[in-house]
Ligand binder design. Structure first.
Ligand code: SF4
Length: 248
């Protein structure tokens, strides 16, 4: 541990102790600032700022994490790195993951999958669990709603799977954007043909983040809707019929 730079600084826009939804057991979620995507439905637009004023050292983050170490061990929990896109601060993230590994603390990441693989490979080798989104299988639709196409994301998901990490694939399900049968079938086929995964988690869109756009003075470009419960069920049935394992 003494070889790891504890003074390295990074931007953390939020921390959440006692989180139960971002992996196994009781967890501390660290939200790292910066994201190269601009998903029109993003409920964390405050994460887009690359250089928030609130920069902290690795040591400060680790001190917070270690406060709950006993609870991680007794519940099978640990730390989850979220964002934003946590790989955006590659060195900072890698150093935090390394520290946690030395302390025997479980680590998970929530990622968009959009990053340079060579720069992040070592970090992914150390992480215990990976949650990664597939937002849409059509590159043009993906670009329309997120600002980038999906090719690098799909490539990286295959590489994560090839590392043997068995990612959880998350589908943020948005009415009339990605909940049609054709897109869901293509998503399922991609998973079955190219990945070895823990399972798929369907996350229906909610508009709880809308007030943040108003507070930050960011224009709301599209009005999105939560899929009806019948639609959510239909999507799950399509995936199940294809043989895709659903989790949660
Ligand atoms: S990848 Fe996540 S944090 Fe980034 S814009 Fe999309 S929803 Fe927001």
């Amino acid at each position: 541990m003494k070889d790891i730079d504890q003074s390295l600084k990074g931007s953390v826009f939020q921390t959440q102790r006692w989180s139960l939804h971002d992996g196994e057991g009781i967890r501390t979620t660290i939200f790292l600032g910066g994201c190269p995507l601009r998903c029109s439905w993003c409920h964390n637009p405050e994460s887009w700022n690359e250089n928030p004023i609130h920069r902290v050292t690795v040591k400060e983050v680790m001190d917070l994490i270690e406060r709950d170490a006993i609870f991680y061990r007794t519940s099978g929990g640990g730390i989850t790195f979220s964002g934003g896109e946590p790989t955006r601060q590659g060195e900072f993230l890698k150093t935090l993951v390394k520290n946690a590994m030395f302390l025997g603390i479980d680590t998970a990441i929530e990622t968009s999958g959009y990053f340079n693989w060579e720069e992040q490979k070592e970090t992914f080798e150390m992480l215990d669990s990976v949650f990664v989104d597939i937002k849409h299988m059509d590159p043009a639709v993906h670009r329309k709603f997120t600002g980038i196409d999906n090719s690098l994301i799909l490539e990286n998901i295959m590489k994560i799977s090839d590392l043997g990490k068995r990612p959880v694939i998350r589908i943020p399900l948005i009415s009339d954007v990605n909940d049609d049968g054709d897109n869901i079938e293509k998503t399922g086929e991609f998973i079955l043909n190219h990945l070895s995964i823990e399972g798929v988690e369907i996350l229906p869109y909610h508009n709880l983040g809308e007030y943040k756009y108003r507070d930050l003075g960011i224009e709301i470009k599209h009005q999105f809707f939560t899929p009806r419960s019948e639609k959510i069920q239909e999507v799950k049935e399509i995936l199940k019929k294809l043989g895709v394992n659903l989790v949660y």
